[in-house]
Design a protein around this ligand. Structure first.
Ligand SMILES: [Zn+2]
Length: 297
């Protein structure tokens, strides 16, 4: 059966139709009408699904990836940076609107599922997927199956406390991994060192690459924090593969110097876990949403 994947992002909503072999047959994109509120967003998802079904000439399974997670207690969405979705029973409402069961998962979980099934973690038993962008998230796939846990927070290493005297996090704690390893986290560390001189994350990386000692000092701290934060995860999960995605995953040194730091902090005399960049790029989320359904279902 054909599968539709919907990636419900803060600015755009993307939909694909995927066949049983994992090939994307159709792709559509719309602006997420955040300013128009919750019902408008639901309608956008419905319209995308109906349009994709019309074009493919088949009725499809529907999987949706979104920031945040459903509370297992209330069935309502929590921890989402698409703020108007918070507190809404989005899965139930979409099921009513589309008159069928749908599957819904966190966007980092969809990313991990996609990369584990036919991306960088293909053939690996245990994959830890990491998103490092404006935020830091993660997901766990074991033997091709997403592990969400009773609280739907499995893999959320971004809100492990790395330095208790660090910056305040939106989650209410201080010094979370996300406050250091996200793009804004890197920019904040630069400002802390250099005062008001604001610099984009990619410019800090570029300057360090050109031998600027001030930018290099910031990068050294960033890569050390990456090593400490990820070693904690590896000590618990001992994954075969860690796949990095999100804008910050383009930093080449994560796979060399960053990896060396992970090896230094991990509880073993060598690091056998592979740390790899994503394969499917921006499509990982929407692919993983479709792959919440098996082709045979
Ligand atoms: Zn936090």
């Amino acid at each position: 059966m054909l599968r539709i994947g919907i990636d419900l992002g803060g600015t755009k909503t993307e939909g694909i139709v995927m066949d049983g072999a994992g090939t994307i047959l159709l792709r559509e994109r719309q602006i997420t009408p955040q300013a128009d509120g919750y019902q408008a967003i639901l309608n956008t998802v419905r319209d995308l699904v109906l349009e994709l079904e019309k074009k493919s000439g088949a009725s499809c399974r529907v999987g949706v990836g979104t920031p945040g997670a459903l509370s297992t207690r209330t069935g309502r969405l929590k921890n989402s940076n698409t703020v108007c979705l918070i507190g809404q029973p989005i899965q139930q409402d979409l099921e009513n609107l589309l008159a069928r069961p749908i599957r819904l998962a966190n966007d980092a979980n969809c990313f991990t599922l996609s990369e584990a099934l036919d991306g960088a973690g293909r053939d690996a038993a245990l994959v830890f997927g990491v998103i490092m962008g404006t935020g830091v998230g993660g997901g766990i796939v074991l033997n091709g199956k997403l592990h969400e846990g009773p609280q739907h927070i499995a893999g959320e290493w971004g809100h492990n406390v790395l330095e208790p005297d660090g910056p305040l996090c939106y989650c209410g704690k201080q010094g979370c991994v996300e406050t250091f390893l996200s793009g804004p986290g890197l920019m904040r560390d630069w400002r802390k060192q250099e005062g008001d001189a604001a610099l984009e994350a990619k410019d800090i990386v570029a300057r360090a690459g050109q031998g600027d000692p001030k930018a290099e000092a910031v990068m050294q701290r960033y890569l050390d924090r990456f090593g400490r934060a990820l070693s904690v995860v590896i000590n618990i999960l001992d994954p075969d593969v860690v796949v990095l995605g999100g804008g910050m995953s383009n930093i080449a040194r994560l796979y060399t110097d960053g990896r060396d730091n992970v090896a230094r902090y991990v509880f073993n005399d060598e690091l056998r876990t592979q740390i790899l960049p994503h394969v499917h790029g921006d499509s990982s989320g929407v692919r993983g949403a479709a792959q919440l359904w098996n082709p045979a279902e």
